[in-house]
Design a protein around this ligand. Structure first.
Ligand code: 5GP
Length: 192
């Protein structure tokens, strides 16, 4: 998605440990117009899928997920992050190791928001090693619901997230694919 790549080129800052900072339009300040375009693009790419709900993880997945929900006319549920949980009866939970924070969080979704007849689309801001997506897939498996696809705003193709998803034969769409962040330079795989 050219609009997105242009913004990454213009405003993305490469941090140590292969982290791309895009907090001027996605991870802190949010550009609603760009996110709306992102949402419409995901809606277009997954138009043939019978999606009843969008799932994401707080907080950076919420903006693109809500815009996708708006474009697809379905509700959005975001998994909440907690350091530890005691009362979990009404919750689906999974452990997620955060690549950027180097800590493990539990994520949870209330059982009342996902039902067996749901068919969901996962949306997230970044795909790195796939831990966030893996956590959502654990919840999806526990809830015994179908996953129609995964939409990622920015994929770092040099990390192992994609392999994990394609192994499970889940359709994956990434709107910007970064091949390398070496020497502080953003190299895209190709323009999409
Ligand atoms: P994964 O679970 O795929 O290893 O990492 C995905 C999560 O880590 C994303 O939801 C995002 O919050 C964070 N993340 C991973 N890599 C980056 C990055 O390069 N930049 C930013 N801003 N967040 C990242």
């Amino acid at each position: 998605m050219k609009l997105l790549e242009d913004r990454i080129r213009k405003e993305g800052i490469v941090l140590p440990h292969n982290v791309l900072k895009v907090d001027s339009f996605l991870n802190h300040q949010v550009d609603p117009e760009l996110m709306f375009e992102v949402g419409k693009e995901f809606a277009k790419q997954f138009a043939d899928k019978p999606v009843t709900k969008i799932l994401t993880v707080e907080s950076s997945g919420i903006a693109p997920a809500v815009m996708t929900g708006l474009a697809m006319h379905v509700p959005v549920v975001f998994a909440r992050k907690h350091k530890s949980l005691t009362l979990t009866d009404d919750l689906y939970t999974a452990d997620v190791f955060s690549y950027t924070k180097q800590t493990t969080n539990k994520i949870s979704i209330a059982k009342r928001f996902i039902k067996p007849d749901d068919s969901v689309l996962i949306i997230d801001d970044f795909l790195a090693n796939g831990q966030a997506v893996e956590g959502l897939l654990t919840i999806i498996d526990d809830a015994n619901i179908k996953v129609q696809g995964i939409g990622i705003v920015i994929e770092k193709t040099f990390q192992k997230g994609r392999a994990l998803i394609t192994k499970r034969k889940i359709p994956l769409v990434a709107l910007a694919q970064i091949a390398s962040l070496e020497n502080g330079q953003v190299q895209f795989v190709k323009s999409v």
